[in-house]
Design a protein around this ligand. Structure first.
Ligand code: 9MR
Ligand code: 9MR
Length: 570
């Protein structure tokens, strides 16, 4: 009897529970078929959502569930890269600050988002602070790192010259010191080629978004000194780069890594021997370009001694490259960490020559710059001519190069044209490894075009790139850790995996969708879309879609800071 009573009590409770749950579900029916920027939109910005639902109308509702705006949707547009179709929901003329959802048929709604001023300030800080969390060889204390505090690892004061890097000055087995810098990515390596473009891009943001970065405080150990935090942080890596040059001949080691990738353990728990591996022409040129560019920034910030050192190192690396114009990086047999190998160096020559020319005005560099010119493209670690182009257009030599300026604007206009005809309102139409960084770099180029022309159509288009990264994309993910309703939680990143803290370190951009390596995870366990724009998996094993990397965050620093800066001054 007693048992029967208990059973019926349990049954009734279960029924009530199920009813309560299903009621809750029908009250809040969030659908990933409504894609929005999950942080939100500045009042004066264009505001676009995308519907994968065939509805002619949509509405915007406030938190009380009241409809505050209704609009008509655009026509169905299908995209071969995502394998689906979307309809545009444009509510740009709705400008009242507040928290909202986009709703369709009164039955489904988007994740919530805000309309308001300065929505991205906090995000801009986090995206830049990601570099502090990536510092190599120092404790991250709880004052600055909060719950992500950790012990130092990889002092890198006893680094061996690998056989591939041995020469008369530093024979095999020589030990050098090369401490500091940032971990490249989810792995613990430090790579010069990738450091070059990253360091340059951050220096560029410090110059072009100068007032913005001047008021920014990141709560890093250097905060409060007389240098902007972005520069303090960037110098961490620049100073490491200087240690990668062989003072004897000016050559630059390609990378500093263990022989093989180590496991997913904390920095302080891994002690495998680290090596500097092979000098390469690409490393020398990227190093020379970055150092030459840094000279002006350092001088402008009263750091003359370091500026002098950067200048001298740039010249030495450049001269090494002249003596060794064609030394590609070839991965030695006993080394299996990242290669960053590049067989085509015209763009590296152009970039380095441009920076050397801007540094000291000599004709020798100008000639080589002209000889190696090719039209600007969206930059990546192995396509860097556009970095030289940007430096020229930002300099007092700009007027001497009207064709280069034309080519730059033509590339950005082409990005705008692609966005205009793209169903997902974004310029990207090729999904390579790190595709999200291509979106961020497109956005950066658009903001630079705005600086050059004053035309705000470029800012509007950059906002679309940001909207994409913050959730208005075919995967419905906000790709930046710690931000948005549904964001990357399991990046392929050793520290976030091993630190025992549930949320990943914040402010990191995931690599993003691509179909380069469909087997990084066991395909039986992790299903990936065959469509490039959807082929993303928020799982740790997916190094080809879900790693983080310094060169991917840097254009995002520029993009978010630039848009927030624009928002603050419009
Ligand atoms: O963890 C490595 C990551 O940082 C690299 O980007 C990636 C590609 O080179 O490789 C990862 O390491 C994997 C290796 O390539 C294959 N075996 C499994 C390793 C860890 O997932
Ligand atoms: O970003 C790099 C990507 O363009 C390459 O296709 C890929 C494979 O070679 O390597 C990426 O760089 C990785 C590097 O080799 C090691 N550290 C992690 C980087 C990001 O995945």
């Amino acid at each position: 009897m007693k048992n029967h009573k208990l059973l019926s009590y349990l049954l009734i409770s279960l029924v009530i529970l199920i009813a309560a749950c299903s009621k809750k579900e029908s009250a809040v029916n969030i659908s990933e078929d409504i894609l929005i920027n999950q942080i939100g939109y500045p009042p004066q910005a264009e505001k676009k959502a995308l519907l994968r639902i065939d509805a002619d109308e949509f509405s915007v509702k406030n938190t009380a569930g009241e409809t505050v705006y209704t609009g008509k949707t655009g026509e169905w547009k299908s995209w071969e890269l995502s394998g689906d179709s979307v309809r545009l929901a444009d509510f740009s003329d709705f400008t009242s600050p507040g928290e909202y959802v986009v709703s369709v048929n009164d039955s489904v709604q988007s994740y919530p988002f805000l309309i308001g001023d300065r929505l991205y300030s906090n995000l801009a800080d986090a995206v830049l602070k990601s570099y502090y969390f990536a510092r190599c060889g120092v404790d991250i204390d709880s004052v600055h790192g909060g719950m992500w505090h950790r012990k130092a690892g990889h002092p890198d004061t006893l680094v061996m010259i690998h056989t591939s890097a041995a020469d008369g000055y530093r024979p095999k087995g020589t030990v050098i010191s090369s401490p500091g810098g940032w971990y490249d990515a989810g792995d613990y390596g430090k790579y010069i080629v990738n450091s070059g473009i990253t360091t340059y891009t951050l220096l560029l943001s410090s110059e072009m978004n100068k007032e913005y970065h001047h008021q920014q405080s990141l709560n890093i150990p250097e905060s409060g000194d007389d240098v902007p935090d972005i520069l303090d942080e960037t110098l961490v890596n620049l100073k490491w780069m200087l240690t990668m040059q062989d003072p004897n001949d000016g050559g630059v080691y390609h990378k500093l890594t263990t022989k093989n990738f180590v496991g997913f353990v904390m920095p302080a728990e891994t002690h495998d021997q680290r090596y500097v591996v092979q000098k390469s022409t690409a490393a020398a040129l990227d190093f020379a370009a970055t150092m030459a560019h840094a000279v002006g920034v350092l001088q402008a910030n009263g750091m003359d001694e370091l500026a002098g050192q950067a200048k001298e190192s740039a010249v030495k690396a450049w001269n090494w490259a002249l003596r060794h114009p064609d030394v590609p990086y070839r991965q030695p047999e006993d080394i299996s960490t990242g290669a960053y190998g590049d067989g085509l160096l015209v763009d590296e020559w152009f970039w380095a020559a441009a920076e050397m020319y801007l540094m000291n005005g000599e004709k020798e560099y100008l000639d080589l710059m002209k000889d190696n010119y090719s039209k600007p493209v969206t930059p990546t670690w192995n396509q860097v001519q556009t970095l030289g182009v940007i430096s020229i257009l930002n300099s007092d030599k700009r007027n001497k190069f009207p064709e280069i300026e034309q080519d730059f604007i033509a590339h950005v206009d082409h990005l705008l044209a692609k966005e205009k005809s793209a169903p997902y309102v974004v310029s990207i139409d090729k999904f390579a490894w790190g595709s999200n960084s291509d979106v961020a770099n497109d956005g950066m180029l658009k903001l630079i075009a705005y600086h050059l022309t004053g035309d705000t159509k470029y800012v509007a288009s950059a906002q679309n790139d940001l909207d994409y990264l913050l959730g208005r994309n075919a995967t419905a993910y906000c790709f930046i850790t710690g931000y948005g309703s549904k964001s990357t939680m399991h990046p392929h990143q050793r520290i976030s995996s091993a630190d025992g803290v549930e949320p990943p370190m914040p402010g990191y951009l995931a690599g993003g969708p691509n179909i380069s390596v469909m087997t990084d995870c066991n395909p039986d366990e992790v299903s990936r879309s065959k469509f490039p724009a959807k082929s993303y998996a928020d799982v740790e094993c997916s190094y080809s879609t879900n790693e983080t990397a310094i060169n991917w965050n840097a254009p995002l620093v520029f993009l978010v800071s630039g848009i927030d800066y624009f928002d603050a001054t419009r």
